[in-house]
Design a protein around this ligand. Structure first.
Ligand code: BGC
Length: 272
């Protein structure tokens, strides 16, 4: 289904971790609005290729390709940007989305699990944002496609502000995204870079299957969501498309919570 608006026509987006869940929905949304899309993945190449194929069929103005890259590895991130620029000419929109959880009580958390989560969720976002900014500055403004030189949309989480027992590595990685995103905004906004985050709440994907795959767990989860429904990846996809488009031109250095009200302390509804 094409989007007649094609607000992102002529622009190219890299979405990391785009072969499932939130990343897939973001990549699909950006493609529907006319952007060329790089579907980044680390495993299951056939799934990524299939998603890229589907996005290109839906896209009136642009195309989509799949690129494998471990976002925590500097040389691989640089190679992904190089391949993207060779193929599509430049990068206008970067959505560092790839992320993972390795949950454990803190006193049982291995250094390896701490490190892996920080490497992917934080260092991966730094490496992608850095390459994106290098490309924006090299290429300069393209007023024919956007009022900004480029857009970075970090994928954060409600756990950038909600502490999370049993998930200290994950919460620490997301808490750090706030300062990374805001510092990038402060540093590069005068170049007309826009850098924002999306903080999803509980979105129905593989990462949190245990929280929604039985009636009982879903009921328990809904207690944390004032809006009383679990999110779907498309809830995040549409926010990302808006943040990538000129409709949000004056939005910079902010986090958009897409969480059904999860960050509004639902525990206080009948308490306190
Ligand atoms: C986590 C999910 C969790 C949600 C709300 C997300 O960032 O990845 O596992 O369900 O936050 O707690």
């Amino acid at each position: 289904m094409q989007n007649p608006n094609n607000r992102l026509a002529g622009q190219t987006a890299i979405v990391t971790g785009a072969n499932s869940g939130i990343g897939e929905a973001v990549a699909t949304g950006l493609g529907r609005d006319g952007a060329n899309v790089v579907v980044n993945y680390i495993s299951h190449p056939e799934v990524a290729e299939e998603i890229a194929h589907r996005i290109s069929l839906d896209n009136l103005c642009g195309d989509a390709i799949a690129i494998r890259c471990d976002v925590s590895k500097e040389d691989q991130v640089q190679a992904m940007f190089k391949q993207t620029i060779n193929h599509f000419g430049t990068v206008d929109i970067c959505v560092p989305n790839a992320g993972l959880q390795r949950d454990a009580a803190l006193h049982e958390m291995s250094l390896a699990d701490w490190q892996l989560v920080l490497d992917v969720n934080l260092t991966g976002q730094f490496l992608c944002a850095r390459e994106a900014i290098r490309e924006f500055l090299r290429r300069g403004m393209r007023p024919e496609v956007s009022k900004s030189i480029g857009k970075i949309i970090h994928m954060s989480s409600v756990h950038e502000i909600i502490p999370w027992a049993g998930h200290a590595n994950y919460a620490a990685s997301k808490g750090a995204i706030v300062m990374l995103m805001e510092s990038i905004c402060q540093e590069y906004a005068h170049h007309k870079v826009r850098c924002n985050s999306i903080a999803p709440g509980a979105i129905k994907t593989e990462i949190n299957r245990l929280a929604w795959d039985t009636e009982e767990s879903l009921k328990k989860l809904n207690k944390l969501i004032p809006y009383k429904r679990i999110g779907i990846p498309e809830d995040i996809g549409s926010a990302a498309v808006w943040l990538a488009s000129d409709e949000s031109e004056y939005v910079n250095g902010t986090t958009i919570f897409v969480d059904g009200g999860m960050t509004c302390y639902p525990g206080f509804t009948t308490n306190g």
